[in-house]
Design a protein around this ligand. Structure first.
Ligand code: TYD
Length: 202
C-alpha cells in the first residue's frame, strides 16, 4: 500500500500546457460545492522557491544536482511547514490543489541528473488525485513564445519532448490507489474543465 494524502490533488504538465488555468477552475468548482480549498504551486513563493526562480532566471548559478535538491527541499517545506503547509491545510479541512508536485522533479530533473537519485530525494506521499494536462510540445512552445519566454527555442523543444516522455512513463507506473486523469490539453478549456470536474468527487 503506497502512502497517499487524501484531499490532495496535483496538476502536472509541461510549461505552457494550461495546467494553472485548470487548477484555478477546479478550485472554483470545489468552492461552489461548498468545499474549502487551498490553491498552491511549486516552486513555492517561499524562500527556497524564490531561490529556485533566481536559478531559473540565471541570476544564481548552481549545479543540476543542487537545483534538484532545492526543488526537493522546497517541496518538504511546502508539505510539512506548520503555518500554511499542505498537510496542515488538509488537517484543517481544506482540499489542497497544487500546480506541480514531485512528478515534475522526476520528469524534469530526471533528465538532467540521475533519475534514481531524484526519486530517492523525492520519496514523498502521492496525492489522492493526479491530473495530467497532456498538451503537444508544439502547442506549449507556441504559448511560451507568445508569453515572451521563448529563449533557446530549439533546446527547449528538445528538452520538453524528453520531459513529456518521462511524464508518460511515470504515470503508467502510478500506484493503483492514485486516481489519475489524463486530459487533452489541446481541447477547448471548457471541455477540459468539465472532464476534470466530473472526475473529482470531493
Ligand atoms: P512553473 O511555475 O510551473 O512554470 P510557470 O512559471 O510557467 O508557471 O514551473 C517553473 C519551472 O520549474 C518549469 O520549467 C518547471 C520547473 N520545475 C522543475 O523542473 N522541477 C520541479 O520539481 C518543479 C516543481 C518545477
Amino acid at each position: 500500500m503506497s502512502d497517499i494524502l487524501s484531499s490532495f490533488i496535483c496538476f502536472e504538465g509541461l510549461d505552457g500546457s494550461g495546467k494553472s488555468t485548470q487548477a484555478g477552475l477546479l478550485a472554483s468548482e470545489l468552492e461552489k460545492r461548498g468545499r474549502k480549498t487551498f490553491l498552491t504551486a511549486e516552486p513555492t513563493d517561499g524562500a527556497i522557491g524564490r531561490l529556485i526562480r533566481q536559478v531559473l532566471r540565471h541570476e544564481v548559478r548552481t549545479t543540476p544536482c543542487a537545483l534538484a535538491l532545492l526543488y526537493a527541499a522546497d517541496r518538504n517545506h511546502h508539505l510539512y511547514n506548520e503555518e500554511d503547509g499542505i498537510v496542515r491545510n488538509i488537517r484543517d479541512g481544506r482540499v489542497v490543489i497544487s500546480d506541480r508536485y514531485f512528478y515534475s522533479s522526476i520528469a524534469y530533473q530526471g533528465n538532467t541528473a540521475d533519475v534514481g537519485y531524484i526519486r530517492t530525494i523525492n520519496a514523498y506521499p502521492h496525492p489522492e488525485y493526479v491530473i495530467y494536462i497532456d498538451t503537444p510540445v508544439d502547442v506549449c512552445m507556441a504559448r511560451i513564445t507568445s508569453r515572451g519566454e521563448g529563449k533557446e527555442l530549439f533546446d527547449r523543444t528538445e528538452f520538453l519532448k524528453k520531459v513529456k516522455d518521462s511524464f508518460d512513463s511515470i504515470f503508467t507506473a502510478l500506484p493503483p490507489e492514485v486516481r489519475f486523469l489524463r486530459v487533452d490539453g489541446s481541447a477547448p478549456v471548457d471541455e477540459q474543465r468539465e472532464k476534470i470536474a466530473s472526475f473529482v468527487s470531493l
